[in-house]
Design a protein around this ligand. Structure first.
Ligand code: HEM
Length: 236
């Protein structure tokens, strides 16, 4: 464990570790979105979706290791963000009166100025999300949530997702959380590259725009799934 005076705990060291954990979660989100987009095909996706989740569960120890790394990364990311903000407040106790975009490279956008708020919403969203799906009905083998695909018994996670998104409260909460995720990512991607020192006059504007487009696609992709299921599955 590095000592308290180690450079790794300096503000720059923290930002670098935050960027690396953030980028790892970004990678997870891309994969998770690709795994969930087939849900847009509603009942047609049932077997493939359950097969995919059964495959993931079958990874056993490897999956648990990846989950622990992601969980550690998320907690570390959140703790570091809060400690950087507290450090800045200590260094400059009086607040700025007005947050304004300074244009150019300052990037004081809505996404940038609401990072802590949107981050806290995501931090609340993740455990509730895991409770709903990962540890929700069927996690202990309840018969109503067991299905057979290719002759193999497995958890009917597809049924749980379809049922969950029939509840307008859940759908509204997911929409709100995904908008927050979009704002958070819209600043995070560019900021991570900047903290890692990857700055280039020609490529940085592309990275900045590309990051915002990716953030939009990821949050819009996650947002569309519950809304689509709510309206389309309900009408079948
Ligand atoms: C439409 C939106 C989403 C749907 C339908 C969805 C669905 C699911 C389901 C069904 C599981 C359980 C998988 C299993 O137990 O095998 C799961 C796990 C998980 N989800 Fe989501 N998810 C969505 C969005 C998100 C978002 C936006 C995040 C993060 C901000 C997220 C983070 C996670 C995490 C960390 C896990 C645990 C992964 C694992 O242990 O394998 N999900 N999701």
């Amino acid at each position: 464990m590095p000592s308290a005076s180690s450079p790794i705990w300096s503000s720059i060291g923290k930002k670098i570790l935050m960027s690396l954990t953030g980028l790892a979660m970004f990678g997870f989100l891309l994969g998770h979105l690709l795994g969930n987009l087939p849900l847009l095909m509603l009942e047609k996706s049932a077997d493939d979706y359950n097969r995919y989740s059964h495959f993931l569960i079958g990874l056993g120890g490897l999956l648990i290791l990846i989950e622990l790394i992601l969980l550690g990364g998320l907690l570390f990311h959140a703790w570091t963000a809060v400690s950087i903000v507290r450090g800045k407040r200590r260094a400059r106790p009086e607040r700025y009166h007005k947050v304004q975009s300074a244009g150019g490279a300052s990037r004081k956008t809505l996404g940038a100025s609401t990072m802590i708020l949107t981050g806290l919403v995501i931090l609340l969203f993740v455990p509730l999300h895991l409770k709903t799906f990962k540890f929700g009905p069927g996690a202990s083998g309840e018969k109503e949530y067991v299905t057979v695909v290719d002759g193999v018994e497995m958890r009917d996670l597809h049924k749980l997702v379809m049922e969950t998104f029939q509840d307008p409260i859940y759908v509204a909460w997911y929409v709100l959380a995904m908008i927050c995720l979009g704002f958070h990512l819209s600043h995070a991607f560019w900021s991570a590259f900047q903290s890692l020192g990857l700055y280039h006059d020609r490529y940085t504007p592309w990275l900045y725009s590309g990051g915002r487009v990716l953030a939009f696609l990821i949050s819009a992709g996650f947002l569309v799934v519950p809304v689509w299921i709510y309206f389309m599955e309900g009408s079948q």
